[in-house]
Design a protein around this ligand. Structure first.
Ligand code: GDP
Length: 309
């Protein structure tokens, strides 16, 4: 399946909701109150959040008033423009420097958001680019997390450092970094514990992990990426705010965009926190982790002409 097709499938649910609302008005030459409320409702449903929704509605009202040639089809174009402007600058790619080796990425997020799976997928992708990757199984809290990551590492032929269940996750991170340095790894990916994002002990554990890494390399972790389940809707924004405040995030990965996600939450998170979007999880296979593309995103969620089934 091509990458754009994966985007289309990933964002299909949001696309259908929006398409239904925008197509209701497509036969009208002027947009009325009821049409606006269809669109507003659809944008909320697709998780675009209050500010973005209001901005889009505001632009439509403005254009509808000031432009006598305004066609209802233009509403889709306006929504695309607003979203494109909000997302400008969000596309991010990982780069490597010989001066800071190994680079460390911590994957942070609540339980079940996809951190362990994403650690493996990310390791696989970077390894396929010719970089040496080591995984650190630092989620020592969730019973199966270490076994899960080790199984992925075996399958994908990636190196993995792990501790026993209940071990101090900071010491596993320390061991992973030490091993990565000794073995000449380009990248160490640290899979952290989730629990509840508002639990103080998790935040303390994450802070300790960061402190311990910093003792080895003052710049580590070089990246702290939030892994957020795209299907949890606006809850993802709350998670992002809390982890950002407590841990300091530098990027975003949105997972499970192959199921029930409506896709707007990534706009809400970027709008609020300006966290660069490094990857999307568009399926369960290792190569289903894809770089984000604004163009593909817009053409999937708000296509201009294509019919969404
Ligand atoms: P963690 O608790 O954050 O480490 O979450 P896991 O990596 O264990 O993922 C939780 C569940 O979500 C697992 O069953 C994964 O297979 C599944 N999962 C993770 N990423 C994706 C994705 O992009 N798409 C789908 N469909 N499932 C995913």
């Amino acid at each position: 399946m091509g990458i754009f097709t994966k985007f289309q499938k990933g964002f299909q649910k949001g696309a259908v909701v929006l398409h239904d609302a925008f197509s209701k008005i497509s036969s009208r030459s002027k947009i009325g109150e009821e049409d606006l409320s269809f669109i507003e409702e659809a944008l909320f449903q697709a998780d675009f959040g209050v500010e973005t929704t209001e901005e889009i509605i505001g632009r439509i009202i403005e254009e509808n008033k000031s432009n006598s040639n305004f066609q209802s089809e233009d509403a889709t174009q306006l929504a695309r423009e607003v979203i494109k402007k909000i997302l400008t600058g969000c596309e991010a790619n990982l780069s490597f420097s010989e001066n800071s080796k190994p680079q460390v990425i911590c994957l942070i997020g609540v339980n079940g958001s996809g951190k362990t799976t994403t650690s493996a997928k990310l390791g696989y992708q970077i390894n396929a680019q010719g970089k040496k990757v080591l995984l650190g199984a630092c989620d020592t809290f969730r019973a199966a997390a270490t076994e899960q990551l080790r199984a992925w590492a075996d399958r994908l032929e990636l190196e993995c450092v792990f501790g026993h269940h209940g071990a101090d996750s900071a010491s596993v991170a320390f061991d992973a970094y030490t091993a990565g340095l000794a073995r000449g790894s380009d990248l160490v990916i640290i899979d952290t514990a989730g629990r509840l994002h508002n639990k103080q002990n998790l935040m303390d554990e994450l802070s300790k992990l960061k402190r311990v890494l910093r003792k080895k390399d003052g710049g580590a972790p070089h990246h702290s990426w939030l892994v957020v389940d795209g299907s949890t809707g606006m809850n993802g924004l709350e998670q992002a705010k809390i982890f950002n405040e407590k841990f300091g995030l530098t990027g975003l990965i949105v997972t499970k965009l192959d199921g029930t996600s409506k896709g707007g939450v990534l706009v809400s998170i970027y709008r609020e926190l300006k966290l660069p979007i490094f990857y999307l999880g568009l399926g369960e296979n290792p190569d289903d982790l894809q770089s984000f593309s604004i163009e593909y995103y817009l053409d999937s969620v708000l296509p201009l002409s294509a019919v969404v089934d």
